[in-house]
Design a protein around this ligand. Structure first.
Ligand code: SAM
Length: 267
């Protein structure tokens, strides 16, 4: 794992292809709103801060449902039985660990937060999966891999945090081999009564307070609902996947639309 000096290994973003528009929304919502820091720097700082409490908060705040969503996301890859998987924004590696069920030869997890990776590595070592799952500090928007390398790529609750969504999706498309598949798991907004009302009250009032108390980070769990609100979900995200090169893209809502699983194929 190469995580000793984060700044030295996070590569500079590649220039965007001309036909890709910059997503203003994903740039505007930042955890700390510090004018001197980019969204990427703030996101790195935020996940480094909350890393020790991240898993606990996930389980508590989602009442354990997040693990069911990860299982469903990995099920989407069963049909192609991938041998090589890239898990971008791998964090503490829950999605990468879930992907072990598919019996791959290799899983590479990439993240910009060194502290999330340290905890992920501990979980990998505990399960004895260190020969299969390798971790790398790196940026989704400039992936340190050759084109057409992976059978599949996954991103769990990560795309919402990308500074430049199109750049990140284009990079994912580049490193997946033709015939390979991308699976993205991301929060969405339920639209039906009464789940919509209950969910918004929970997200606005309950989650930020529990998050603040447990994580000791004043902003991280206020940023979460704000970033979900701003994220181009559903049909809009499917369009983004297609703009970034994926030929087919689909969305499956989970648990009344609280979360969505997107699958996309590279032809
Ligand atoms: C909410 S966590 C999700 C972790 C894990 N995938 C899961 O399912 O629990 C989001 C992760 O995305 C990472 N991240 C955000 N922007 C990134 C980027 N540009 N490149 C790589 N990782 C990024 C963060 O550091 C964080 O670990």
């Amino acid at each position: 794992m190469q995580i000793s000096n984060p700044q030295s290994v996070i590569p500079k973003p590649l220039p965007l292809p001309l036909h890709h528009k910059i997503t203003a929304l994903s740039k505007e919502v930042k955890p700390y709103n510090d004018d001197n820091l980019t969204k990427k720097q703030e996101i790195t700082q935020m996940f480094d801060n909350i890393a020790p409490r991240y898993d606990l908060l996930n389980r508590v705040l989602s009442v354990g449902i997040d693990n069911i969503w990860r299982k469903n996301a990995i099920n989407e890859l069963q049909d192609i039985a991938p041998q090589t998987i890239l898990d971008v924004a791998t964090g503490t590696c829950d999605l990468a660990l879930e992907a072990m069920r598919l019996n791959p030869k290799k899983i590479i997890g990439v993240d910009i937060s060194s502290q999330m990776l340290v905890l992920g590595q501990q979980k990998i070592d505990k399960k004895g999966f260190q020969d299969i799952i390798k971790l790398k500090l790196g940026d989704s928007e400039n992936l340190p891999f050759e084109s057409n390398t992976f059978d599949a790529a996954t991103v769990g609750f990560g795309v919402r945090n990308f500074e430049n969504l199109e750049q990140g999706l284009s990079e994912l498309h580049r490193v997946i081999r033709p015939g390979g598949k991308l699976v993205v798991l991301e929060f969405s907004k339920p639209s039906k009564f009464p789940v919509k009302q209950v969910y918004f009250s929970y997200f606005k009032y309950v989650l930020p307070n529990i998050g603040k108390l447990v994580s000791k980070d004043q902003s991280a769990y206020t940023y979460l609902p704000a970033s979900v609100q701003a994220f181009p979900e559903g049909k809009q995200f499917i369009e983004k996947l297609k703009e970034c090169g994926f030929k087919t893209a689909k969305c499956k809502e989970q648990t009344f639309g609280i979360c969505s699983i997107y699958t996309a194929e590279k032809v």
